[in-house]
Every structure is written in C-alpha cells, then in structure tokens.
Design a protein around this ligand. Sequence first.
Ligand code: PEP
Ligand code: MN
Length: 346
Amino acid sequence: MDNSLSLRNFPTVIAGPCSIESPDQLHTIVKELSTDNRIKMIRCGVWKPRTRPGGFEGLGEPALHWIDKEKKENPSLRFCCEVGRPEHVELCLLHNIDAVWLGARTTVNPFLVGEIAEAMKGSGLKVMVKNPITPDVELWIGAIERLIHNNISDIAAVHRGFSTFNNLGYRNNPLWEIPIELKRRIPELPLYCDPSHIAGRRELIAPVSQMALDLNFDGLMIECHPDPDKALTDSQQQITPTELIKTLNLLTIRQRGDDTSGDIQRLRDNLDVIDVEILKLLSQRMMLSQEIGKIKKHHNLTTYQPQRWREVLEKQISEGVKLGLDENFVKELTEKIHAESLRMQE
Ligand code: PEP
Ligand code: MN
C-alpha cells in the first residue's frame, strides 16, 4: 500500500507504562517512545486500582511532578493517567496533565463517575472512558453521558475487555459486539482499543490490535515498559518500545469507509437471505420447545434437564466443529439458544 496513505490513516497510538515506577523509568520510556512520531500520547499510571490489597498502588502526586518535567522536555508529546477520585482530577489539573482516563473499576460506579465529572467541569480535559468491568453497554454509555452533562466534550471510549464467566484465553474477554454496539449508538465518539488489558500476555497484543483496526477502531492504547519482566504491575502484558514499534510496523492499516460495489453487495445479499432463514429456524425451534414445555408441566417435570442438556451441547459442538465452526462460538450460541428455550418453557 502507498506509504503516505497508511501514515495518514494510522490510528492514534497511546503507549507507556502501566505504572510510573521512578523518574528514571519514566524518562527512559519517554525518550524511547518519543522517537516514533506515530505515538502521540504517553500513558502512565499514577494511581493504580488493584483488585486485591497489598500490591503496588502507584506513586501518586510525586509522579505528576516527573510528568511535568518530561512534558517540558517533549513539548509535542501529550501525557495521560488514570483518575479514580475527584481529588485525582484536581491534582491532574494542577499539573497540566493533558488527558485522563476512567478505569474499568470506576466506570462501573455511577456515583463516583458523577463526582469525577463534576470535578472536571469546564476544564477542557480530554477524557477517555474505559468500558466497565461488566459487559454492560448501558453503564458505559451512562458514564459518557455523565461527562457530557458536565460540559466535557473531548471524550473517547477505550475498549479493554470484560470479566466474564469464561474469558476464552484472554485476560479480559473482548466481546467485540459491545464496543460495536457503543459505536452504533454514539457514532461520533472516537473508540480506542487497549489490547494490553484484553490480552494479558505479550503474544496476543499484535493479533488483538489488528482485530481492533479491522473493526474500524480509531486508536490503540498499549502498555510499554523499558524492562517488562521487572514491571511492578501487569508485567506479563507489557512490551518494550522496540517490540511496540515492531508491532506497529506489522499492522495492516485498512481503508476506512465502505465499498458497496458488485462483489461485496452480492455476497451481502446472500448473507441477508441466510440471516432471515436463521431467524425462521430459531422461531420454529422455540415453538417446538414451548410444546415440550407444556408436556413437562403436565407431567410435573423440571424445565431444565441436565442430562439432556449435556447431550445437546456435546452433539452441537461436535457437529459444529465438523462444519468448520469455532468450538467456543458453537458453545456460546448453543448456550444462548438453550437459555431462551428454558425461558420460553417457563
Ligand atoms: C490500566 O490501564 O493500567 C488499568 C488499570 O486499566 P483497567 O481499568 O482497564 O483495568
Ligand atoms: Mn495495566
């Protein structure tokens, strides 16, 4: 592809350490990342929300002074960190931090988001809102609305995956349909992906980043540390600046916008026909299931039959795999259909 085109279309890249650990660590990473003009902003955690107590919780205000110093040496770079309380916002404003983000454990709490939004009122800060830990698009939209209601206009969303019953080998299950739904509901909102927290391990960062770009995301936030194995937080998922640059070089930048020319349109027409067929078959299946439900009631049997469910699931997975479908996909789809079937029988 023409190089100028790929640079023009290059997603916004935000990179930097999970946590600031010392002035030297910050200086080293900033120096290395500033050599690549695709990296527009440095992320660097100052307050770290830890799931369990006892871990490294960030260095707090002193780290903001070190950011100030780096900013003076690198005027074209912008810096962002996470805020979890109104006091954090006040300190970030005092130290001229360019942007902040709400972490997944904050977005989930409407009271806290409201207080943080109030503290930002009229500040002109750029605010990135990570998805809540739970796969709930309404909660994500609610946090964004609370910011908008406080006159914050420079907002972006960051997809960092969700805690689910089965995370499918990721640290946080990407459930791509949720950010896609967010973008459908708020098309003008820039949407970034945080492949580091989705992946949880280095080798998955590149494929998750590529997936995000293929899904039309506007940017990437990637954790990057001068010596990842020694990092005080999230060491498994941080990569070195050299690895980051290699990852960025290998990304395929797609053309944005749609192509409704002949071939795609013909295939999409076929998809539309198949989609309606799938719905018709599902509707027939639910009707049969309701009849079974009536018989169960008549014989005073429980709706859920564990042995039957085990057999159905096994059979579907084995048939699906023979047909070239992904095992996890078939499992999730069958679970959804079964849950709806049980609901219909009630
Ligand atoms: C982070 O970005 O380091 C972080 C704690 O993120 P999240 O809220 O996505 O867990
Ligand atoms: Mn992290």
